[in-house]
Ligand binder design. Structure first.
Ligand code: SAH
Ligand code: DHB
Ligand code: MG
Length: 220
């Protein structure tokens, strides 16, 4: 089955994405620096770009930078006076990401903040850094509900929020799981069930990054 997911991903990407030297160089640099290969897939990166463009986003918030693969994709959707603020725990990841963004000519549009995202988010709120038009949540999964609450708080009516990795190979509905990330996703779903300020849907995905899913939401 996986062979087919990969082959079809390749087929679509060949027709719709084409070669992308800056993204390919970023993946090589990530691998050379021993970063985990948990970036979004090429197809998902293009989707983030399209969503940010559809949103007409001028200010984007990203939680979880890694080597900046998804950051590059979203920064490409920004106008020249736009900005993406990207939060990353690891100084090393941030360093690799800055080099990747520099190579892609996008570093002037990006503000990478190193530290625990929950602390940086509180700091952004104190700074009045919002409102963000678009937020991509893709850091540690156990804090997803808190990150989502911050995304609402730092957003505005009609802001969009995307959460990566909410499918987790179907484990979200495994009643016996004690995986903290999976439980984080489940708490988000329980939170959204009674959250009238948010309109959302989840789409399950297969492809080069396995069987997973993303949540797309808009603030009322
Ligand atoms: N969005 C990236 C992938 C992010 S991987 C891409 O698609 O290219 C998740 C990242 O979140 C890792 O770099 C990890 O170091 C970071 N992270 C984990 N816990 C964090 C925390 N508490 N605060 C900020 N970043 C965190
Ligand atoms: C992991 C994190 C991700 O954001 C992802 O897309 C895939 C895997 C992880 O922590 O294993
Ligand atoms: Mg992810």
């Amino acid at each position: 089955m996986k062979d087919q997911w990969f082959a079809l991903d390749d087929y679509f990407n060949e027709h719709l994405l084409g070669a992308d030297p800056d993204l390919e160089a970023a993946l090589q640099a990530n691998s050379a620096a021993d970063l985990p290969a948990i970036d979004v897939s090429a197809a998902q990166g293009k989707m983030l770009y399209l969503l940010a463009r559809m949103q007409g986003a001028n200010r984007i918030l990203e939680i979880g930078t890694l080597g900046g693969y998804s950051t590059i994709c979203m920064a490409r959707a920004l106008p020249n006076d736009g900005q993406i603020v990207s939060l990353e725990l690891e100084e090393k990841h941030a360093r690799v990401a800055r080099a990747n963004l520099e190579r892609a000519g996008l570093l002037p549009l990006v503000d990478i903040r190193v530290g625990k995202a929950l602390e940086t988010l509180a700091q952004l709120h104190r700074e009045n850094a919002g409102p963000f038009d678009f937020t991509f949540i893709d850091a540690d999964k156990e804090n997803i509900p808190q990150y989502f609450q911050w995304a609402i708080k730092l957003g505005r009516p009609s802001s969009a929020i995307v959460v990566d990795n909410v499918g987790r190979r179907g484990e979200v509905i495994d009643a016996d799981t004690d995986d903290r990330g999976t439980l984080g996703v489940r708490r988000l779903m329980e939170m959204l069930k009674g959250e009238s300020r948010i309109s959302a849907t989840t789409i399950q995905t297969v492809g080069h990054k396995g069987y997973d899913g993303f949540l797309l939401a808009i603030c009322q």
